[in-house]
Design a protein around this ligand. Structure first.
Ligand code: NAD
Length: 332
């Protein structure tokens, strides 16, 4: 069984090699993203393994099908980058890792919030230059604040639990209210109310046609002045241009983003010697109250182990029995 990896980083090799011993797949790692230009690298393989920024469009799927590839295995949870309808039409199976470590992503969202609020990134640099002044480092107590959570699936739920530990009031919006969470004190409200009442808003819903640009010019009219917005989900949830205007106007107090609409041209690469031509990310990074991390929320040893274990298991099960033990892992 040959599996071709796209968008491979060294850490992918480390974790997949470690857990592949029990499967013995013939894994070929490619650094290139999966695109129409690189799809031929999949020749001779039974499965391709892709990540968040590989564009698995209908055209790519047609080529994969022509190459007799049978399985598209996502080594991530989100799947907005795969044309599932096309995969179905061309008879390819698509699987993902529905939950590997929701805590890893939720904890990173909290890390971004704490950094932005208490400005530890600035303090770190300051004291190294023997500047022990506190001006400009003023934060607020998170205890007692109202936190709005959009999307209360695996990650949103873990985030709510942590924020309850801080002593926050938690408001949530999801398509369906979660009874267990309600019993634990989370208040499910309409989206507008969550946006209006929250001091901190954290995005944890998937990117779909309904959620695209959920943070936009109109919804930013509703939020509290000085609100902190954290996005560890997908860049497309935020209308970046609208957010920049709200930052310029001082409406947004702080913004933490681990994901960005145009991230595929930037993230997971060392561009330190390059000229960045994306003026939007440059503008965002120029705000003192904006923290950008490059899609690293998932990046813990526990999460990478679980991603490798589940992905290899998914591929083995699809190849052998054409079915998956973990139902949520099967997309097509
Ligand atoms: P999940 O499927 O467990 O939960 C998603 C939740 O969003 C569900 O409860 C669903 O009902 C809700 N939802 C769907 N449409 C909605 C809508 N229109 N409005 C409000 N809620 C809606 O997913 P998860 O594991 O919690 O992951 C959430 C997202 O986090 C993923 O889709 C992925 O994009 C992102 N993610 C990011 C990273 C990272 O490293 N930054 C890692 C993993 C996942």
């Amino acid at each position: 069984m040959r599996v071709i990896f796209f968008s491979t980083q060294q850490y992918d090799k480390t974790f997949f090699n470690k857990f592949n011993d029990s499967y013995g797949f013939d894994i070929v790692y490619h650094k290139s993203e999966l695109t129409l230009q690189t799809v031929n690298l999949a020749q001779g393989s039974d499965a391709v393994c892709v990540f968040v920024n590989d564009k698995v469009t209908e055209e790519v799927i047609i080529q994969l099908s022509a190459l007799n590839v049978k399985i598209i295995a996502l080594r991530c949870a989100g799947f907005n980058n795969v044309d599932l309808e096309a995969a179905k039409r061309y008879g390819l199976r698509v699987c993902r890792v529905p939950a590997y470590s929701p805590e890893a992503v939720a904890e990173h969202a909290v890390a971004m919030l704490l950094t932005l609020n208490r400005k530890t990134h600035k303090a770190y640099n300051r004291v190294r230059e023997q500047n022990f002044a506190l001006n400009g480092l003023l934060g607020f107590d998170i205890h007692g604040k109202t936190v709005g959570v959009l999307g209360t699936g695996n990650i949103g739920r873990a985030f709510c639990t942590i924020m309850q530990g801080f002593g926050c009031r938690i408001l949530a919006f999801d398509l369906v209210a979660n009874k267990e969470m309600e019993a634990a004190g989370v208040e499910f409200l309409p989206l507008i109310e969550v946006l209006k009442q929250s001091d901190i808003i954290s995005l944890h819903c998937p990117l779909t046609e309904q959620t695209r640009h959920v943070i936009n010019k109109d919804t930013l009219e509703l939020v509290k002045p000085g609100v902190t917005i954290i996005n560890t989900s997908r860049g497309g949830l935020i209308d970046t241009a609208a957010v920049i205007e709200a930052l310029k106007a001082g409406k947004i107090g702080a913004l933490g983003i681990d994901v960005y609409e145009q991230e595929e041209k930037l993230f997971f690469r060392d561009l330190s010697d390059d000229i960045i031509t994306d003026d939007t990310i440059q503008r965002l990074m120029s705000f003192p109250n904006v923290l950008v991390t490059a899609h690293q929320a998932f990046f813990t040893a526990e999460a990478l182990s679980q991603i490798a274990i589940t992905t290899l298991k998914n591929i083995a099960e699809l190849a052998e029995a054409n079915n998956l033990t973990q139902k949520a892992a099967l997309l097509v």
